[in-house]
Design a protein around this ligand. Sequence first.
Ligand SMILES: *Cc1c(COP(=O)(O)O)cnc(C)c1O
Length: 366
Amino acid sequence: MILMNDFKNEPIELKNEMTEAIRNVIDSGWYILGLEGKRFEQRWANLCGVQRGVGVGNGMDAIEIAIRVLGIGEGDEISTTSMTALATVLAIVRAGATPVIADVDPTTGLMCFESVERCVSNKTRALILVHLYGQLSEIDRWVALCNSYGIELIEDCAQAHLSSLNNKCAGSFGRVSAFSFYPTKNLGALGDAGMMLTSTDEFANRAEIIRNYGQNNRYEHSEIGLNSRLDEIQAAVLNVRLNWLKEYTERRQDIACAYLDGIKHNEIKHLARPIERTAHVYHLFVIRCTLRDILVSYLNNNAIQSLIHYPIPIHLQSPFINIKRDPQGLVGSEVHANQCISLPCHPQMTDEQVYYVIETVNRFKF
Ligand SMILES: *Cc1c(COP(=O)(O)O)cnc(C)c1O
């Protein structure tokens, strides 16, 4: 089976480096919020072109904390998409704000400007822009839109590690941004981890308080916080895996190029190519097919795993049936959810496997 992720097949050098890093943490006798975490925060912020990183427990908490440091909460609205991990919307709710769902362009899965404009009201304080699948698209237009309405741009970069346009990275466009290091992300830990990035010291300092029960001085608490701290073992693993990220991202981009050039089928459509190679890091390689469910079982019968990101848009999930949304509806999201399919695209794939996927998809009959 060609898997969507194949961690067991990662190189022995990488596994040895992680094992050594973990042993060093054990020997250090210090396990939560320590030197490994500080080092990872600095390295990641630096690579993304941002001043400060605040390591937290997971990507969802990073989004919640990003919202809270901006002073957004009860009574405020945040516009975002239905075509994302549930965590994006959950984080808004956890921060006390009201999510308002904008529609996506079904040909990319990315939010539509016109729909976001229909969602903006006098209560809107922010837009959470999800760089879905790793795509960093039309960022100047999004920045301009947020500026024109006087709302904050919060980037959900959980799928877009080091995606860049004109040498400027995902996570550096808004005043705050959020990353997940869940194991399957392009940069993943061996458990849960996340980070908020910002170049505003006031926001970073506040995030450091919120992640640690709202503690401003030892055993003195200035607000109601979370328990969402980055542990040293995950940080040490991330410091190792970060050294491999550039090579692994390039491998993903090469596989994606091979798919874009090689997959040719009347019933299958590609998403738009990025305008620069670096502007898509292919956390997921997604195609569209109106016979999607038949294609999924055909691939499965031919030993190719696939997944759907996402089969049920958030506004159709039972806790969110009545969620506020674009008054013109969310048809684009529903169409995309019915047609999208993610093919294996990860650094452990061999060239033979990549060509096998291309040939198998091209031979699809129904
Ligand atoms: C994974 C993901 C998250 C949540 O990250 P966790 O670390 O699982 O909490 C948020 N947004 C998007 C787009 C994601 O892909």
